[in-house]
Design a protein around this ligand. Structure first.
Ligand code: HAM
Length: 418
């Protein structure tokens, strides 16, 4: 029976008392991105499974271990999206958005699904805010995306975030780097986990983001990708950094960042917040992807973007004491005694709501005393009591719940609430 009253492991209800914070966060992020020209795109919750194995990469943890994949009634394999980049790329191709005025800039607020071990901000259903920019190969585009990532976090009150950046180079750099990794890890064959041994054959870069502590220790001594960048990739990375420095955006080069998804080329990054007790919190990450659109059958088109996990972001904001706008309270509670007064309270509430004022009246048949108690619970700013006398006079008293002050108020179309 617990299944009927307990949400599945790794999922979380967002209760009415919390949803205001979510609305604030999501709208602030969308609005900040809109200042850079990003417009919202909404994509399906599930896609053909192949989309993710092709783009995210079939040797990644996400594809190998974490996808919610099932066969639907039409015998098709579909997957609940583990992230947004692949779906957005598919939509851009399907609707010919990459032939329009470039760069294409889109933003999204989505739920994602990964079968992960829940804990420390990890869920099986979680929320991401993300952006994707297509068509610009220049370091200027990287800097703009990095600036937006920083700006988003600053806008919600996390001003001390640092961008940790790295470059994964182009296909050529990667080829040389992969050789160096194979040579390095070969020496540790006896100590690597089974998955990593497989990865060493199929995609050695993935060994670097194994979560197994012993493998991580070995990976710490691996060669750095930065020593294998070709001249063009080096120049690109230098230019990105010069622009960040010029714009005063805090960043640090972190050669160990490889990211857990396969589509990245050149610039990759994570947005890192350090809590007062020294804990490193990754609020989000992203990077450039050169081959993704081609992999999905389109013309070669550069893309770059990032996504942040909203659960972790909200938890960090709360821990850091970031401000949230107060919930809009009930402006006026129309208390009533007797049936005719109840009908009038309802009419006046409807009138006020149409004028954009939040108003509530009794729906429970409560006594006046109980209605006043309820108005207090709602933190109503004003209360009007409507009884027989008030009905006859067409006038009542508007009481401020803050000061206790009362002022006369009309109980017809002429009603005015401050
Ligand atoms: P990602 O690093 O896999 O990148 O995910 C981005 C963020 O989503 C993470 O930094 C984290 O905050 C959050 N996240 C990931 N998994 C979970 C989870 N199980 N529970 C809670 N939060 C989670 C991507 O998804 C790329 N699509 C980002 C991107 C966009 N790259 C280019 N464009």
């Amino acid at each position: 029976m617990a299944y009927l009253t307990t949400a599945p492991r790794g999922t979380k209800d967002i209760l009415p008392s919390e949803s205001g914070r979510w609305q604030y966060l999501e709208s602030t992020l969308l609005r900040t991105a809109a200042r850079y020209g990003f417009r919202e795109i909404r994509i399906p919750t599930f896609e053909h499974t192949e989309l993710f194995s092709r783009s995210v990469g079939d040797t990644t943890d996400v594809v190998q271990k974490e996808m919610y994949t099932f066969t639907d009634k039409g015998d098709r394999s579909v997957t609940l999206r583990p992230e947004g980049t692949a779906g957005v790329a598919r939509a851009a191709l399907e609707h010919g958005l990459l032939g329009d005025a470039l760069p294409l800039k889109v933003s999204y607020n989505i739920t994602c699904f990964r079968y992960e071990k829940p804990g420390s901000g990890r869920y099986r259903e979680f929320h991401q805010f993300g952006v994707e920019l297509y068509g610009a190969a220049s370091p200027a585009a990287d800097s703009e995306i990095l600036a937006l990532a920083y700006h988003c976090l600053k806008e919600v009150g996390l001003g001390s975030v640092v961008l940790e950046i790295n470059s994964l180079g182009c296909r050529e750099c990667r080829k040389r780097y992969t050789q160096a990794l194979i040579q390095y890890f070969d020496r540790y064959r006896g100590q690597l986990c089974g998955t990593c041994l497989e990865r060493l054959e199929k995609n050695p870069l993935r060994v670097l983001d194994c979560k197994n502590p012993e493998d991580q220790r070995i990976a710490a001594g691996a060669p750095s990708i930065l020593d294998y960048l070709c001249d063009n990739c080096q120049e690109h990375f230098r230019e990105v950094q010069a622009r960040l420095t010029e714009a005063g955006i805090p960043y640090r080069v972190e050669p160990t960042i490889v990211r857990g998804l396969d589509y990245y080329t050149r610039t990759v990054f994570e947005m890192v917040h350090t809590s007062p007790n020294g804990e490193r919190v990754v609020c989000g990450g992203g990077g450039r992807y050169g081959g993704l659109i081609e992999e999905l059958g389109g013309n070669p088109t550069e893309g770059i973007g990032f996504a942040m996990g909203l659960e972790r972001l909200l938890a960090t904001m709360t821990a850091e004491g970031c401000g949230f706008p107060p919930e809009e309270p009930c402006q006026v509670y129309l208390a009533s005694m007797g049936e005719s007064a109840g009908v009038r309270a309802f009419r006046l509430a409807s009138l006020l709501r149409e004028r954009g004022i939040s108003a509530q009246c009794d729906l429970m048949g409560r006594s006046l005393k109980a209605q006043m108690k309820y108005a207090n619970k709602l933190k109503a700013r004003y209360v009007v009591v409507i009884g027989e006398d008030e009905l006859q006079k067409g006038e009542g008293l508007l009481k401020s719940m803050d000061t206790g002050e009362t002022t006369p108020v009309r109980l017809d179309e002429g009603i005015q609430i401050p």
